[in-house]
Write a protein that binds this ligand. Structure first.
Ligand code: COA
Length: 254
């Protein structure tokens, strides 16, 4: 067997010792929020306070969207078929793709490619949307089945602006939304995937990490749905995305 070793720069372990990106796990547990730890493990360095605040907002934004998203139906269907929590969550995560949640990845790729080009956001948006009409492709990160204005987008952009994070990618996304409406006659709002794509691009994240943000945020929601399905529903029931009613607490304030 060869003595050649492969390398990993993420976590060092030894008996009684765990260091993530060089930081002792016990100190991290004492001093870091979950969002700060996620930023650290993804980027390799601790976030500054503004980056940490933005990360918190991103991870909260997609924690759940009710009983209708494909990933939730996937998770509940796996439970309904008689399978355990890990299978149900894995099933839900597998449903996340370019049309649902995972649109962050391709949206960020497109914005990162176009933001590098010369021109104002409005000029670039006009060229990008004209291209789209020729190829007849959908633009990931835009449009929503329910919302004409996605409340998560509004808040993410508001927080990004207050932290002076708004950069060329977010300006491009906003220009694209305006151009899609101007040329198509219908509003295709920047959805939460598009908003996360723009903000993480302005924060300097590589687009190939895009789907990860949605997965990290949505897994708690999938666990909640899997547990509710296991504990309140009978096996192999008729599971649909319209034959349900919300039974939780009424709207309240934090
Ligand atoms: C999310 C989505 C599936 C919702 O779609 P919907 O509201 O049910 O709309 P429909 O699929 O009925 O499409 C309605 C029209 O808008 C167009 N459209 C919808 N989203 C579009 C997009 N992102 N880019 C370009 N055109 C789009 C459709 O082509 C269709 O045009 P037509 O009426 O000329 O055929 C859709 O907007 C989409 O595919 N977006 C891209 C993927 C994405 O961002 N997913 C994350 C969702 S949070």
């Amino acid at each position: 067997m060869s003595d050649e070793k492969w390398t990993t720069a993420i976590t060092e372990i030894a008996p009684g010792k765990i260091s993530v990106r060089g930081y002792d796990i016990a100190e991290m547990m004492e001093k870091l929020s979950f969002a700060q730890a996620v930023y650290l493990i993804l980027r390799g360095e601790l976030p500054d306070p503004k980056q940490a605040r933005m990360m918190e907002a991103i991870l909260v934004s997609s924690i759940d969207h009710g009983a209708t998203p494909p990933s939730v139906l996937g998770t509940r269907t796996v439970v309904s078929g008689g399978n355990p929590l890990n299978a149900a969550v894995a099933g839900g995560v597998l449903v996340i793709g370019d049309s649902h949640g995972g649109a962050i990845e391709q949206s960020a790729r497109i914005m990162q490619e176009w933001a590098k080009k010369d021109g104002t956001p409005a000029d670039l948006a006009a060229a990008l949307v004209a291209d789209l009409k020729v190829t007849k492709k959908r633009l990931p990160g835009f449009g929503h089945r329910l919302h004409t204005t996605d409340p998560r987008t509004v808040k993410l952009f508001e927080i990004a602006a207050s932290l002076q994070f708004t950069g060329r990618h977010t300006e491009l996304a906003q220009a694209i939304e305006a151009e899609l409406e101007r040329t198509g006659g219908k509003k295709l709002p920047i959805n939460v995937d598009g908003a996360i794509a723009a903000v993480i691009s302005d924060m300097g994240f590589d687009w190939r990490r895009g789907k990860g943000f949605f997965i990290i945020s949505r897994v708690p929601g999938l666990i909640a749905h899997a547990y509710e399905e296991m504990t309140t529903q009978k096996p192999m029931r008729k599971l649909g995305d319209t034959n349900f009613v919300y039974s939780g607490p009424p709207s309240r304030r934090i």
